[in-house]
Design a protein around this ligand. Structure first.
Ligand code: COA
Length: 181
């Protein structure tokens, strides 16, 4: 069945629950065409980096159509100064429902909730054409680097509050789960 009409008005965003886990796994596998991100989500749920309030699903009626996760990360400089931030990863919408604003709604809701939880910034590794509309800019602007080689335009950061990244610089330290998938 095709869904050509905007569906964004029918979408509900809520925190995931254990009853969703299997469907969330299938959703990431379908969206990414591989199980890596699905496995990453399972691993992150059991890690210290997990923030339950920032593991969100998008539903239309009883159908789960999207999922997003933000996890705690650190940014550390060579002098061992450390700052807490969040990584947005992964986000996915099932293929039949993509390009209808569901990803945008998940991201905007997640960013609002992260701000309400007093996080100051978010880091994302993703499409350089997609994330700037939410305010993301190349993390290079703050001299924040990825712990691996990556094109500068796809490694982005967002201040959730004014000056949320003021004086923050260094390399992102991801939870171990990111190396395990
Ligand atoms: C990326 C994703 C989460 C976006 O969700 P969505 O509900 O389709 O996105 P929205 O409807 O809010 O926004 C649509 C816009 O996303 C952008 N977009 C979607 N998929 C994209 C892709 N593969 N590459 C670049 N931009 C993309 C486009 O700008 C699109 O706008 P357009 O339809 O006018 O061209 C979804 O497409 C998805 O699950 N993709 C596969 C998994 C993935 O790549 N996740 C993100 C990793 S960074």
């Amino acid at each position: 069945m095709q869904h050509k009409q905007p569906v964004s008005t029918h979408i509900t965003i809520r925190q995931e629950s254990p009853a969703d886990f299997q469907e969330v796994y299938a959703l990431h596998t379908a969206a990414f065409g591989a199980e890596n991100e699905a496995k990453l989500v399972d691993l992150l749920r059991t890690s210290m980096a997990f923030v339950p309030e920032l593991a969100l699903v998008a539903t239309i009626g009883n159908k789960l159509v999207g999922h997003i996760l933000f996890s705690k990360i650190k940014i550390a400089d060579a002098e061992q100064h450390e700052w807490e931030s969040l990584a947005l990863a992964p986000v996915a919408v099932i293929p039949e429902y993509q390009r209808q604003g569901i990803g945008e709604k998940l991201i905007r809701t997640g960013l609002e909730r992260a701000k309400a939880l007093h996080f100051k910034s978010v880091i994302v590794l993703g499409h350089a054409q997609y994330y700037p509309k939410f305010g993301f800019e190349p993390a290079d602007k703050w001299q924040i680097k990825a712990p691996f080689e990556v094109p500068v335009e796809v490694f982005m950061a967002l201040e959730l509050v004014p000056d949320g990244l003021k004086n923050v610089h260094g390399t992102v330290i991801y939870p171990k789960a990111f190396e395990m998938v």
